[in-house]
Design a protein around this ligand. Sequence first.
Ligand SMILES: *Cc1c(COP(=O)(O)O)cnc(C)c1O
Length: 452
Amino acid sequence: MNIRSVKKHIERLDKEYLWHPFTQMKEWAGEEPVIITEGRGSFVRDISGRWYIDGVSSIWVTVHGHRKKEIDAAIKEQIDRISHSTLLGLTHPPAALLAGMLVKITPEGLCRVFFSDNGSTAVEIGLKMAFQYWQLRGDRRRTKFLSLSNAYHGDTIGAVSVGGIALFHEIFSPLLFRTYRAPSPYCYRCELGGRYPSCRLLCLEKTEEILKRHHEEIAALIIEPVVQGAAGMITSPPGYLKGVRRLCSKYKVLMIADEVATGFGRTGRMFACEHEGVSPDILCLAKGITGGYLPLAATLTTEKIYRAFLGRYEDLKTFFHGHTYTGNQLACASAIANLRLFRKERTLQKMQGKIALLKKELERISELPHVGDVRQAGFMVGIEIVKNRETREPYPLKEKTAWRICGRAREKGLLIRPLGNVVVLMPPLGISRRELKILSGITAEAVREVTG
Ligand SMILES: *Cc1c(COP(=O)(O)O)cnc(C)c1O
């Protein structure tokens, strides 16, 4: 069979049988799909042989690049021993080794690792741990959560309950548990009408008001540190995260940091919490943990929380939670190789110059007439497109401006995806300076052409 007929065959099967995530399938049916068959470094190749820069790291997961020799080898080696065994009543070297490595590199105080297999489950586990912790402590009233508007913590019902993106979440509202909602630190469109820095972090003040009134019934506050990713790369102002930590300690509310997106170097530090020297009580990790190879997640917690669950079997203090593929051997082996590469390749050190380069490129983009706001935290970038720069009026949803920009970028060899009116750039950490320039060059062209 030649390439053209293979391509047609895959497209037919896809359109007949597949249902894609976050996709209006009626539109999908009318489009020609890009069929990815290969990857290398910062690039992916489609079935026709066309190469694209993977400008969003295959949705925020690729770290050192595709087909990274050391990770490939680690997985192959592991396959030759065993691919999976359970952590229920048994253990295995990759899970134990990885747990030790994670405790070493995560913020101080986190010392126990509970594995699962995706970001949403890492969050569910964090929420359930926090809830059960207070029940076990005899503080039975602490059954509620405090989360932020514009938050995204995953798509399962618990994670959606603490989520704050109406576009995704509103329809499910009858299914969700009620949570308290703190304002989002979204300076460009401050819901409190503040202006940073003269506001002196009014959003923190409002958060404190909620805590002052309700802390006795709040088990935990959950937050995406430094960047609210899925809401459009909303970066929080300096001092905000530290302020949140201070409030949690003051009102004895547990702090859950969801670093599913920001973890593993994305923001230029290994974990975003490090930017403000913050240690959460519970930390959720997934996406980049395996370098973008396999599904794996981890929820870390402190000795204090862990100890509350200890007792005799009949005390029923056990954390009754687990997923079948928890701590899968192949996934843990790839995560170990991923972490070793950070040291071997000095990934974080090398990133600093590239972050500065990207910042300079973005300054040029921010001058374009329909770019309202450009937000960057390391390799997490959001370019907010507006109809009117003066009034900050957004484009109407149905014009799909950011979508069309990403479509234009694709024609030029760059794969990116928008979030609402925000064009997202999230290159693999291993991207070269040259590739980074091409990526921003194409982005600028696409923005100019579509909005010009
Ligand atoms: C992606 C994401 C999740 C959900 O992870 P999945 O693996 O898609 O379930 C949770 N929290 C944050 C901050 C995320 O970016």
